[in-house]
Every structure is written in structure tokens, then in C-alpha cells.
Ligand binder design. Structure first.
Ligand code: E4P
Length: 218
């Protein structure tokens, strides 16, 4: 399973990239706004740090604006994937950009039918938002199961990857991996939690204090 980081924070991106954990990045207008500064500089820098796919989102809501913005975003790097919303104009833009060789991530997916239609439009990724479904009392992971089943049924027709988004905690990651989702995009806080285990800390502390008793170097 590929791991993307869901952030525009350069410090976090560098931190996890230096550990060799990142296959890509996803951003959205809210994440960009959280960082402040000049979004263009940040977007360009991300595409330089990360070799894999970097999703940058359009803010236009109509077709021609999405195409124009998508082409501009793509100039930040060859690894840019243009993120468009799951709307009729978004799907039209997805089809057009894809036909020009620009990969597209269709975002704000909340139903299996939306995922099916985005795949039909040629999306490289669909982004189902599981945490936001959990927030309203639905089981977000069921959506991932349904999409996986549908895409598997038609794997000769669809090459679209399921990019599990709106992840809130490490259990979401384990469940997505069990289902066989292609990608998870994680907030830095979730990736931090995945790294940790109290027994690792205690074990290391014990190893080091035992070694000190030897009063020797390595
Ligand atoms: C995905 O690409 C989105 O950026 C993100 O996962 C949304 O997550 P949120 O529901 O925590 O805002």
C-alpha cells in the first residue's frame, strides 16, 4: 500500500520523506490556507522534495476554469496530479485533462456510485473521505469495501486507484490495508502515532541501561 502525506507543511513532508515513508502528497485548499505564505512557492517546493505524485487542487468550480488552473498547477512539476471535485464540471475536466496526459484525482467522494463515475471519466485516483462519513454516523470503511469490490469486478476496464482520504487514526490505516486499498493519505499526526509503541520505548530504555553497566564503547 502506498502512503501519502495529507499536508502542505514542508517541515512534516521533509521529516517523513527523510525516513523513506512517503510515496506522495495530497493537499487541498484548506491545508494550503493553514500554512499561510505564498501557496505557489509551497506547491513548487513540495513537488521538488517528493518524487511521487503530488495532488494539487483546483479552486475553480466550472469546467474551463478547472482546465486552466489544472494546466497551471501541472507546471509546478511533472509529478503533479490535478485534484478536481466530484461534480459534473469536475468529471468533464477529469476526462479532458486525462486525455492530455495530465493525471487527475477526483476528490470529495462519498458514495460507490461517485467512485464508479470518476473511474469512468479516467481518474488516476478517487479520494473517498472516510472520516467525514464516520463523523455523521456512517461507517466510512464500508465505502472503501464497496469501491474495492466494484473496481475488482472490472479491473480490465478501470486502472483507477483508491486513495483513502480523511483518515483520523491508525486503525483506519490497518482496515484500509486489509481491504486492499491502493493508497492511504495520512495527516502527520496519524503517521506519528503509527510509529510509536510504548513497549518500543521501554525496551530501548532497558537495552541502554543494561549496556551502560558494561562501561564499554562500541
Ligand atoms: C484528501 O485528499 C483530503 O485532503 C483530506 O484527506 C481531507 O481530510 P479531512 O476530512 O480531515 O479534512
Amino acid at each position: 500500500m502506498k502512503i501519502f502525506l495529507d499536508t502542505a507543511n514542508l517541515e512534516s513532508i521533509r521529516k517523513f520523506n527523510d525516513m523513506g515513508l512517503l510515496d506522495g502528497i495530497t493537499t487541498n485548499p484548506s491545508l494550503m490556507s493553514k500554512e499561510g505564505g505564498n501557496p505557489k512557492d509551497i506547491m513548487e517546493e513540495i513537488t521538488k522534495i517528493i518524487k511521487g505524485d503530488v495532488s494539487l487542487e483546483v479552486v475553480s468550480t466550472e469546467y474551463s476554469g478547472m482546465i486552466e488552473e489544472g494546466k497551471r498547477l501541472r507546471q509546478y512539476g511533472k509529478n503533479v496530479v490535478v485534484k478536481v471535485p466530484m461534480t459534473p464540471d469536475g468529471l468533464k475536466a477529469c476526462k479532458h485533462l486525462t486525455s492530455e496526459g495530465i493525471p487527475v484525482n477526483v476528490t470529495l467522494i462519498f458514495s460507490p456510485n461517485q467512485a464508479l463515475l470518476a473511474a469512468k471519466s479516467g481518474a488516476k485516483y478517487v479520494s473517498p473521505f472516510i472520516g467525514r462519513l464516520d463523523d455523521i454516523g456512517k461507517d466510512g470503511m464500508n465505502l472503501i469495501k464497496d469501491i474495492k469490490k466494484i473496481f475488482d469486478n472490472y479491473k480490465d476496464d478501470f486502472k483507477t486507484q483508491i486513495l483513502v482520504a480523511s483518515i483520523r487514526h491508525p486503525i483506519h490505516v490497518i482496515d484500509a490495508a486489509k481491504i486492499g486499498a491502493h493508497v492511504v493519505t495520512l495527516p502527520p499526526t496519524v503517521l506519528d502515532k503509527m510509529l510509536q509503541h510504548p513497549l518500543t520505548d521501554i525496551g530501548l530504555e532497558n537495552f541502554l541501561s543494561d549496556w551502560k553497566k558494561l562501561k564499554a564503547g562500541i
